[in-house]
Ligand binder design. Structure first.
Ligand SMILES: [Mg+2]
Length: 115
């Protein structure tokens, strides 16, 4: 069985340049090249999309419809992070084992859109 890779939706797949407009409002285009990247990843891994949108009514359907509209194929769309080999998220810090710098990294954190 293929290992799982989890991709966050907003800011990783959906470019999210308009910021939050509501659970079922997904106005922006895909991140450049993400469709092709997901196609390549899926040859070796199971790709699961995680979004907090999926906690709200209509959220799963809205994300699935947006993915279909942009012809982006994934293996699942869920609310809760499943166990995975790697998590791809625009709001994550890659922990490098140095706890002493963690608070500083959290305070200085910027998403790619904010840089
Ligand atoms: Mg995100």
């Amino acid at each position: 069985m293929k290992k799982t890779v989890v991709l966050d939706f907003d800011g990783v797949i959906h470019s999210y340049t308009s910021k939050w407009k509501g659970t079922t409002v997904i106005p922006d285009p895909p991140v450049e090249g993400i469709k092709e990247a997901i196609q390549s990843i899926r040859k070796q891994y199971r790709v699961v999309v995680v979004s907090t949108r999926c906690f709200q009514e209509g959220g799963v359907e809205a994300v699935k419809a947006w993915l279909a509209r942009h012809a982006i194929a994934v293996d699942d769309v869920v609310a809760h992070k499943p166990p995975a080999t790697v998590y791809v998220d625009d709001r994550a810090i890659n922990f490098d084992g140095d706890a002493s710098t963690l608070l500083d990294k959290i305070k200085a954190f910027k998403t790619w859109q904010q840089k």
